[in-house]
Design a protein around this ligand. Structure first.
Ligand SMILES: [Zn+2]
Length: 87
């Protein structure tokens, strides 16, 4: 299960893609405010609706590696969930 809350400790974001080529990038915290603290990626795909066309979008969890000053300095950071796309 891909819990969005598992992304909070990581430099990661969720790309929201719609068939109408609308693309939005959301922070995990933004999604949790809207979907609830236990929400999963699948919940987001079921419950979010594109503001432009009304279709249900696809959510793609993605790591952010090019953030300046955002490096995780903790000695033993938790591992990135393996369903987050790091490419
Ligand atoms: Zn759309």
């Amino acid at each position: 299960m891909r819990r969005i809350a598992d992304m909070l400790d990581h430099p990661a974001e969720v790309v929201i893609l719609c068939g109408c080529v609308s693309v939005k990038v959301a922070r995990p915290g933004w999604l949790l405010v809207r979907l609830g603290p236990e929400a999963t990626i699948e919940d987001g795909e079921r419950r979010l609706i594109c503001r432009k066309c009304g279709q249900r979008p696809t959510l793609k969890p993605k790591g952010i590696w090019n953030v300046t000053g955002g490096r995780d300095r903790r000695v033993d950071p938790p591992p990135m969930p393996d369903w987050v796309d790091l490419s």
